[in-house]
Design a protein around this ligand. Structure first.
Ligand SMILES: Nc1nc2c(c(=O)[nH]1)N[C@@H](CN(C=O)c1ccc(C(=O)N[C@@H](CCC(=O)O)C(=O)O)cc1)CN2
Length: 292
């Protein structure tokens, strides 16, 4: 029987601890933990994700504001905005929603965020910390999507030590940090990507597959070992011939789910975990300020 790795029960159990931690920080600081989201342009998917973050922040007692900048804003203006937020003692966590418009170098913006306020875990300092964690220790900070995946695996009792994990996708926000986290917990990790010559050969022997490519139905049933754990990070939107809108992952869910040991659904799997890890890291950043 395939285990469906739904985020809902994990989030229900996280709600108690996030709410209690936020309340504790609020009592100590005399204000709620504060997250500022910088949203540049009018990407419709980003607008949904930012709205989800704001709604969830309110639910657990985190104050959240969104600063909206026009799509044609200059890189210098975004840098200046982030510097202003760095200097604001009322702001605990800053994220700049990705993707950014083409005229802006995302790496420059990300690395302008003060280390103490980097609740996305994307800066060079955060990346360095992640890759130099003591062996077998749990990553408690880092990019929110892979952190959320680790939390899902832990909740459902899926041990990764000694397992053969294949990550498909090598982005800085999912693929590479996912590799660091799985490696650190004892998995043998392969990162496959668009130039991998035989993807099927790589995935067929995997105990765990993490698909993060943005290509709908890339992972098909013939690429999966029976009983494998399948983590789908894809978020692909399309409209079918009848004009109906769909959101699907990178995995051919209908055909892969019956042979998998465990699989994340899209929606309702990895995505909501990302938001909750962001709030966890925001509360932790505020707690560090409270302890100063
Ligand atoms: N600064 C960042 N930008 C981006 C990140 C990030 O972690 N930091 N990740 C993604 C987008 N993202 C969060 O920002 C994100 C994506 C998806 C979801 C989510 O809950 N998805 C739902 C479906 C929502 C829908 O209806 O479209 C689900 O899977 O159930 C949350 C956050 C890129 N940018």
């Amino acid at each position: 029987m395939t285990v469906i790795l739904k985020a809902k029960p994990v989030i229900e159990s996280l709600t108690t601890s996030l709410t209690a931690d936020a309340a504790h920080v609020t009592a100590t600081l005399g204000r709620k933990p504060h997250l500022t989201v910088v949203l540049v342009g009018d990407d419709p998917a980003s607008a949904i994700y930012v709205r989800n973050k704001q709604r969830r922040a309110e639910e657990v007692g985190v104050q959240s504001e969104t600063i909206r900048l026009n799509a044609d804003v200059s890189q210098a203006e975004v840098v200046a905005k982030v510097q202003q937020l760095n200097a604001d003692p009322a702001v605990d966590g800053i994220i700049v929603q990705l993707p950014l418009p083409n005229q802006i170098d995302a790496d420059v913006i990300i690395n302008t965020i003060a280390d103490a306020k980097d609740v996305d875990g994307f800066t060079l300092a955060a990346t360095g910390r992640l890759w130099t964690l003591p062996k077998n220790s749990q990553a408690t900070v880092g990019p929110c999507t892979p952190l959320g995946i680790m939390a899902l695996l832990d909740y459902y009792g899926i041990d990764v030590a000694g397992k053969n994990a294949v990550i498909v996708g090598r982005s800085n926000i999912v693929g590479k940090p996912m590799a660091a986290m799985l490696l650190n917990r004892g998995a043998t990790v392969t990162i496959a990507h668009s130039q991998t010559t035989d993807l099927k050969a790589a995935t067929q022997t995997a105990d765990i597959i993490v698909a993060a490519t943005g290509r709908r139905n890339l992972i098909t049933a013939d690429m999966v070992k029976p009983g494998a754990t399948i983590i789908d990070v894809g978020m692909n939107r399309y409209v079918d011939a009848a004009g109906k809108k769909h959101l699907t992952g990178d995995v051919d869910y209908a055909n892969v789910a019956p042979i998998a040991g465990a699989i994340t659904p899209v929606p309702g799997g990895v995505g909501p975990m990302t938001v909750n890890m962001l709030l966890k890291q925001t509360i932790a950043a505020a707690a560090r300020t409270a302890a100063e």
